[in-house]
Design a protein around this ligand. Sequence first.
Ligand SMILES: Cc1ncc(COP(=O)(O)O)c(C=O)c1O
Length: 460
Amino acid sequence: MPTTLTARRTIAERFAESFPNSQRLYSRATGLFPNGVTHDLRYLQPFPVYVERAEGSKKWDVDGHELVDWWSGHGSIMLGHSHPDVVEAVQHQMGRMTHPGACHELELEWGDAIRRLKPSVEKMRFVNSGTEATLMALRLAHMFTGKPKVLKFQGHFHGWHDFLIQAADPPYDTAVPGLDPVMLANLVVVPPNDLNVVEQTLIRDKQIACVILEPTGGHYGSVPMRGEFLRGLREITARHNVLLIFDEVITGFRVAPGGAQGYYKIQPDLTTMAKIVAGGLPGGCLGGRTDVLELLEFSNQPNRKMPHPGTFNANPLSAAAGIKTLGIVASGEPNRRANATAASFRAKLNELFVAEGVPWIAFGDFSGIKILTDYTGPRPAGRDDSPDGGFIPFGGEFAKLDAKPDARLKTAFRQALLLHGVDWPGLACMANAAHSEEDVERTVDAVRETIGLVREERLC
Ligand SMILES: Cc1ncc(COP(=O)(O)O)c(C=O)c1O
């Protein structure tokens, strides 16, 4: 009998076959949303996976697959999905009121919980997202100093509004489509981790009101920043009367109960918060020095009040989730667990990469895990449990660390991991307190299978 040679199915073909219900939903979504998605990061070809339930470290898709989840709700989930205490608090609040159109006691409790963990936050205002928080920080900084400019670092993301979206991703000097060039005139962008460049820029340009940064490095430490740089930055900004804004939308309550400023014992002038602050529900907060926040107060002086409405500011459901989450985070135990899981995960991935002989490397600080797929330099000696003392590839060389990964490999990596029960956003992810060593083992096994598949397609 003649033998028929059947070609092995590609990762993309297997992916399309394995998630038929997601594919069906996506065909509806393309008629509704640009690219069929509601957040750029959720875009995946030929279609993304639709999830219907999540609990702890897992989520379940509409085709019945159980997935180990490494998205951690874009960083907003610290205790794991649907933590019972948070669910109970929100359900209780739901039955009482969702929007009183009035002040309410929970906003006080929420504010107290934040201030207990972050002493630099003397006063605050609630907003609805990280984007809103950084927008408010800039407006206040401009009013307070009477200066129009902001200094930010290449590769740092602070939300999508016009003042700061530029230079969040390479190429940093190409204007983001849709941006009015007028916005760029007041934006000063410098490379990260060079105190001398910052100081010289502040000496040269007296119109700079503030410096904003992701304190553990852009995109949650893709190019890590460490304590020495942060302490130097605090000194320099103070010396030049420039406000220092820590964007702790991701790091706040994640790297430690008090965020990066708590971990490094640094007092920024202003802090932006979102994600974990609202316990996985929508919400954000801008906090900091009283003399700056006072600009939000009604005043007898003309043009001395920054207007700030916002229908869902301090929404009671977000407040209930935030209070419960911050109360649990205050012990530091969830942070320790997430950081330890990430350290174990990074070490096991690196063992795997060596065993498989691929030029891949895992690195990251705190609960972050990043993979680079074109690395041939020295490798970390073993597991490193110091939250921020770990190995940095390419000797910290910025351009190499922040380079965009190969798009075909990234897509195949995500598809292949989903085929093996793991949902991993791109080549970087975050651990949370619900992840277990078993999740790590299961994921490392999935990555091993994935390496085999992408090799067959000559993608690595
Ligand atoms: C550091 C940082 N700042 C600001 C934002 C924007 O927050 P949001 O998505 O809530 O607008 C993000 C979002 O990922 C972020 O990571």
